[in-house]
Design a protein around this ligand. Structure first.
Ligand SMILES: [Zn+2]
Length: 308
């Protein structure tokens, strides 16, 4: 049977139950006073689906409060359809596509996409390369920096720095303003354990970075070296593969992305990469993982617009 026929994609009550079972996996907590397990479903025909009353503070609440669904008038089952579409599409889903598929306005679709990306954002993560692992570091370029004119080279393009932990096979990407040492090194030092070995190409900016870590190896792309002859595990092919998926998605789906929104698209591509089928995470589990990340991610339209 098709997964798309699952009740939580069509039935509002089933959608609430689906979200509640993930957000309240450790017990139903009141978003007003924080008390867990002291609430009951409001009965009666006139009450809305998913409304509970807290017996501690006497206030009503639903699972949407404080999540990406906060204040949204879009039905929860449509939200779950949107989440599944974004979770299962390697290159992402444009606001236009969401607008056409879900039958919501383009503005609503755009906002939904950004709220779902917010749920895909992971924060406060452990350093990469712990226990002496290897971390690949590389940059890529996309679109045009605000206020810059297109020309030869990459100076006018938006810049992304990605790190990939070889052991955990996880990616972490950030938007950077330039390719200087004072921009790149702090990002690497903040995200990578000192015991790690850094793997890069031979860009000047990485020269000497090994003294901050247990070591640094590089391959010389300029001379056509993509894998070190003497040490076959010295390469940056993993991060380059990541970039190829990212760039195909950005070109094919999100070509008009402004710099203020780029960090959210990076969160989306990082999330799909870090929850990919090669790591045993299928489309259904990936969508479920997004729902597990909706809490504490309230995002207003103004905040989304300004890209904060
Ligand atoms: Zn309460």
């Amino acid at each position: 049977m098709s997964y798309l026929t699952s009740p939580h994609f069509h039935d509002e009550e089933a959608a609430y139950a689906f979200v509640e079972s993930r957000v309240w996996a450790d017990g139903r907590s009141c978003p007003h006073c924080g008390v867990v397990g002291k609430s009951g479903k409001l009965g009666g025909e006139s009450t809305r689906i998913g409304v509970y009353k807290c017996y501690a503070c006497r206030k009503p609440f639903t699972v949407k409060i404080g999540t990406i669904f906060h204040d949204s008038k879009v039905k929860l089952h449509l939200w779950l359809q949107a989440i599944f579409l974004i979770a299962s599409s390697k290159k992402g889903i444009s606001a236009n596509q969401l607008h056409r598929t879900l039958g919501v306005t383009l503005k609503t679709a755009w906002f939904m996409g950004h709220r779902i990306r917010e749920a895909m954002r992971t924060g406060g993560l452990a350093p990469m390369g712990g226990g002496g692992g290897s971390v690949e570091v590389d940059e890529t370029f996309f679109g045009t920096e605000p206020g810059k004119i297109k020309k030869q080279g990459v100076g006018h393009k938006m810049k992304v720095l990605s790190l990939i932990d070889r052991n955990t096979k996880q990616a972490r990407s950030v938007v950077i303003d330039d390719l200087t040492r004072s921009t790149i090194w702090p990002v690497v030092k903040e995200n990578v354990s000192q015991e790690a070995r850094i793997l890069t190409d031979q860009a000047n900016v990485y020269k000497g970075i090994g003294r901050e870590f247990s070591g640094h190896k590089s391959v010389n792309h300029a001379t056509g070296e993509y894998v070190s002859q003497s040490e076959p595990d010295v390469h940056t092919n993993t991060v380059e593969n990541y970039f190829s998926v990212f760039k195909r998605g950005m070109k094919g789906t999100y070509q008009h992305c402004g710099k203020q929104h780029l960090h959210r698209y990076l969160a989306e591509f990082d999330f799909r990469y870090n929850n990919r089928i090669a790591l045993g995470v299928d489309d259904v589990a990936r969508a479920s993982a997004i729902v597990c990340g909706i809490s504490g991610k309230r995002l207003t339209y103004e905040t989304a617009r300004s890209g904060r």
